[in-house]
Ligand binder design. Structure first.
Ligand code: B12
Length: 291
């Protein structure tokens, strides 16, 4: 996806005159940067925000480097989920990308896109795999496609401000699931946190070093698979004892059964990304009030 666009490209995409776009740029209606030569340049984040909240339809999305039928199909999450399941299994990356962008343009939040479109579609993919109606490679390819689409959505978001609170997180040793932690990073960045995912399969020792070095306000752990419960609980317990008193520990994921959670301490357990978003917004505004 292109980073910076010209007024000419946006004008073509929404079928208005270039002079109108230039006027909106100069009035600050559209987030605009100016080159050394004084030329107007618009970020993709600025364009999508303008289209998302404005009254203009994307008539020629390809002028912005978006799939040709962007903004014209999946606006309803339920229908998008069905389409996404088929597209993931078929390995149709273009369609997966277009569905995600269409839902975003239709003003669905990134947390809803993660929970109700992608995670829900993967549950269906999992059921198909479990009853032999989907191949392992189709599931894995679907994960790779989803990671690329999530990273494109991340690239749409503005860079976190210097003053944005820091959040880091990942998945622990033996847990090879990457989508949960990648979604947590995306949703926290959308909530204006300076959030960075450290990835999957991380020993608790190195998570401790990361917290020690980066002093985050929030640490998240995505738990989709726990190979050894006792080992996990002692590793996690040690990390919480060391840092849980002044870092908000947020946990979530398929593997966190009631039984396991009863043996853990944390600031918040979230069933999904919408819960994480709500918690992160509250924590951030509480932090701002204190300053
Ligand atoms: C993709 C997948 C994999 C891939 C993941 C690849 C990757 N790049 O991530 C890999 C190959 C690792 C994998 C492996 C296995 N898998 Co698997 N996997 C799946 C599948 C299809 C999708 C999981 C997924 O990532 N979904 C997308 C995420 C984002 O959705 P989610 O997990 O629901 O997360 C949501 C919430 O839990 C929450 N959340 C999650 N993380 C976090 C973090 C935070 C901070 C917060 C706030 C919230 C949060 O929000 C998310 C969004 O709503 C599921 C099917 C399903 N039902 O989900 C099977 C599934 C989970 N796998 C299963 C199994 C059995 C396995 C294996 C044990 C198979 C095997 N024998 O090897 C191995 C375990 C390997 C290991 N050591 O980790 C079973 C689990 C059954 C059970 N009862 O436990 C399932 C249910 C398939 C099935 N139907 O049987 N798997």
């Amino acid at each position: 996806m292109r980073d910076l666009l010209t007024p000419k490209q946006l004008a073509r995409a929404i079928d208005v005159s270039e002079s109108s776009v230039k006027r909106w740029c100069d009035k600050g209606v559209i987030e605009t940067q100016y080159t050394a030569g004084g030329h107007r340049r618009i970020t993709m984040a600025g364009v999508l925000e303008f289209v998302r909240t404005g009254k203009f339809e994307l008539v020629h999305p390809e002028a912005l480097g978006l799939p040709p039928t962007s903004g014209q199909t999946a606006r309803v999450v339920d229908r998008a989920r069905e389409q996404l399941t088929e597209a993931l299994i078929a390995g149709d990356e273009g369609l997966c990308r277009q569905i995600a962008i269409d839902l975003y343009l239709a003003e669905h939040s990134l947390s809803v896109i993660c929970d109700d479109a992608f995670a829900a579609a993967f549950r269906q993919v999992g059921e198909r795999w479990a009853c032999g109606k989907a191949e392992v490679y189709q599931e894995r390819r679907g994960c790779e496609i989803t990671l690329r689409v999530l990273h494109e959505l991340r690239a749409i978001l503005p860079q976190p401000a210097e003053t944005s609170p820091v959040a880091i997180g990942g998945a622990a040793s033996g847990d090879q699931y990457t989508l949960g932690t990648t979604m947590a990073e995306l949703v926290l960045r959308d909530a204006k946190w300076n959030a960075v995912s450290l990835g999957d399969n991380l020993p608790f020792e190195t998570l401790a070093s990361a917290i020690h070095e980066h002093r985050p306000k929030l640490f998240w752990l995505s738990c989709s698979y726990i190979a050894d419960e006792a080992e996990f609980l002692s590793g996690y317990g040690g990390l919480y004892e060391e840092y849980g008193h002044d870092v908000a520990f947020v946990v979530g994921g398929y593997a966190l059964t009631d039984e396991i959670r009863r043996q853990m301490k944390y600031s918040a357990f979230c069933d999904n990304m919408q819960h994480l978003e709500a918690f992160a917004q509250t924590l951030r505004s509480a932090g701002e009030k204190k300053v």
